[in-house]
Design a protein around this ligand. Structure first.
Ligand code: NAD
Length: 315
């Protein structure tokens, strides 16, 4: 079995690394927040002093970091992964990051005989903990096939997307669509409630229509928005703002007009300026509530909401 390195043990990395450790792999861990490494050390993992130290001891090294700035520093900075990585080993970035960055980094690793994959994930903190996670993988298919059993240890929906960077492009597109859809729901709900329909009645009507099959209607709205509670964040606004920014940046690079994504970005910036960076990213709905001068609130049982979608998908 490979020795596995893991750098960045936050909301996502903590859950994923936990499942890798549970699957029986020997692990080497590192995080600038040393407290985050503690549970893994108790489970038998070794603590490394730097990303280079991790990579020098491992066959496969993962990073799960906030964004491109941290990924670049950890991958190719002083005492970075590149400095320590052994020929024949694999470096896999699980962060949601800039596709162009991983495409620039890959040849530097290839020169040393190190393989690179980008493999951003989707499923949230709870999915990372319960192994209910999509993994969108870019890079050499043979390398992907080689590490697939390891990816399966923390993801139940592992998918090969194409050449290096393809996973990151797919992930940014996924999140960009999600933010646009959420904005549309925020507008619709504030309109419906202000026009006289009870929040829960409106929500029950919408989910019984064809839109009800969309998961975005359930999780974020039931857990946070309808309660008006945005802390602690499952997925922080600062990370969502970064993702939309990366998507609109990519769109500029490829001359794709993105009116809805750009609008979502402006709204995320406004929400950040309210001091909500560390709130859950669904807090952008609060802006819409303020603009519409109406609150959408309901006390709905999360487990019942999830059950409905699986038992009556076509209703
Ligand atoms: P997080 O902030 O909880 O975790 C990031 C971890 O990286 C922290 O433990 C931090 O201490 C560590 N870190 C930061 N800089 C470092 C450095 N230079 N060296 C070593 N460690 C460093 O973030 P998260 O929510 O776990 O997100 C991680 C990535 O996954 C992001 O790219 C995010 O966009 C993506 N993502 C998050 C979610 C979610 O729901 N939270 C879902 C899918 C994808």
């Amino acid at each position: 079995m490979e020795t596995v390195g893991f750098i960045g043990l936050g909301n996502m990395g903590g859950g994923m690394a936990g499942n890798i450790q549970k699957a029986g792999y020997q692990m080497v861990v590192h995080d600038i927040n040393e407290g985050a490494t503690r549970p893994f050390l108790e489970g038998g993992a070794h603590l490394a002093s730097s990303p280079a130290d991790v990579a020098s001891q491992c066959d496969v090294t993962f990073t799960s970091l906030p964004g491109p700035r941290e990924v670049e520093a950890v991958a190719v900075g002083l005492e970075g992964v590149l400095q320590g990585a052994k020929p024949g080993s694999v470096y896999i970035d699980l962060s949601t990051s800039r596709p162009t960055l991983i495409r620039e980094l890959e040849p530097k690793f290839r020169e040393k005989g190190v393989h690179v994959l980008d493999a951003p994930v989707s499923g949230g903190k709870s999915g990372a903990q319960s192994r209910n996670l999509a993994v969108m993988v870019g890079g050499d298919r043979e390398v992907f096939e080689r590490v697939k059993p390891l990816l399966d240890a923390f993801g139940d929906k592992v998918f090969y997307a194409g050449e290096i960077g393809a996973g990151s492009v797919a992930k940014l597109v996924h999140n960009m669509i999600g933010h646009g859809v959420r904005q549309a729901i925020a507008e619709g709900m504030t309109l419906g409630v202000k026009a006289g329909v009870d929040t829960e009645a409106l929500w029950q009507c919408i989910r019984r229509g064809s839109l009800g099959r969309m998961n975005v209607l359930h999780e974020g709205f039931v857990r946070t928005v309808f309660k008006g509670e945005y802390e602690p964040a499952g997925f922080a606004l600062s990370l969502a703002r970064k993702d939309i920014g990366l998507a609109t940046e990519l769109a500029k690079e490829f001359d794709v007009p993105m009116p809805i994504a750009n609008l979502s970005e402006q709204l995320a910036i406004q929400a950040m300026n309210r001091g909500w960076a560390n709130h859950d990213s669904t807090v952008v709905v609060r802006l819409q509530e303020e603009m519409a001068d109406v609150e959408i609130r309901a006390d709905i049982d999360v487990t019942k909401a999830a059950k409905f979608i699986t038992t009556h998908p076509d209703e």
